[in-house]
Design a protein around this ligand. Structure first.
Ligand code: ATP
Length: 259
């Protein structure tokens, strides 16, 4: 297997009219690594994440996944390549069960297409069985298998967030992009999430995590990139980053004060 980073972002810039939300940010995610991107409110984390994940095109810069240029590529195409994302705000179908939510999302990435589904061909039937298997496996992984047939809107908030991760995992990615997975979680749910993220990595999935919660980032990441006003101001191991004076000034100082 190649030593090349699984994700290479070079000189990423995103402007909205006169406002540059992300300015010339470069980073890499190594295979098997959990990389965190942090920054204070309005730093540009969500914009950075959305550009990488294919939700909006960059103004300039490139994104390569396993050496393939996927700059500006649609999220469903990226999923087929092996990179999937979660959403900060829930994107679930409320009136479908947890199981059907995972299945519905998986069809978008593993599909023989509409002709196969209309003809109910052998390929379609075996694909259906494979989709159901990977959906249940993903639910088991996030400890929701016993809640598989509960409607999404009847799940607790923490369970819904875990279901989002199951949806991304069911596509069997090699790189998982997590958008503020701990948002709105209580400390106990946050701890459970940390364990789950480590388990995902132990299965061989590399992870890019954009997160506001310092405890989650410090507890789970191998390396951290700090963004402020759209600019990368620091990068290193969590223990280095927490002692970086620029980081303390723009981010940790506020967190420490409010902790
Ligand atoms: N679609 C948009 N149009 C115009 N400005 C935008 C748009 N999206 C984001 N911005 C601006 O870009 C800057 C960065 O916003 P972004 O949401 O990426 O930051 P963030 O670090 O994710 O913040 P938070 O932690 O509060 O979610 C902000 O000034 C924001 O107002």
């Amino acid at each position: 297997m190649s030593d090349r980073p699984i994700l290479e972002v070079v000189g990423l810039t995103k402007s909205f009219g006169g406002l540059t939300a992300v300015s010339d940010v470069s980073l890499t995610v190594d295979r098997g690594e959990i990389l965190g991107v942090i920054g204070p409110n309005g730093a540009g984390k969500t914009t950075f994440f959305n550009v990488i994940a294919g939700s909006m095109p960059p103004t300039s810069g490139t994104v390569h996944f396993e050496g393939t240029d996927c700059t500006g590529m649609r999220a469903d195409h990226m999923a087929r390549l092996g990179m999937t994302r979660t959403f900060q705000i829930t994107s679930l179908f409320p009136a479908l069960s947890a199981f059907d939510n995972v299945r519905a999302a998986t069809y978008r990435t593993k599909s023989t297409g509409w002709i196969g589904s209309i003809m109910r061909s052998a390929a379609y039937r075996s694909e259906e069985a494979a989709v159901s298997d990977s959906a249940m496996e993903a639910l088991r992984f996030v400890e929701l298998d016993k809640r598989a047939h509960v409607m999404a809107d009847a799940l607790s908030y923490g369970e819904q967030r875990r279901l989002e991760i199951a949806i991304a995992l069911a596509a069997e990615p090699r790189l998982l992009l997590l958008d503020e997975p701990a948002a709105g979680m209580n400390p106990e749910e946050g701890q459970r999430l940390v364990g789950m993220i480590k388990k995902i990595r132990d299965r061989g999935v590399s992870i890019l995590l954009v997160e506001h919660h310092m405890r989650v980032v410090m507890g789970v990441c191998d390396r951290v990139v700090v963004i402020d006003h759209g600019i990368k101001i620091a990068e290193g191991a969590p223990s280095e980053v927490v002692n970086n004076p620029d980081v303390i000034r723009v981010y940790l100082g506020r967190e420490a004060v409010s902790a």
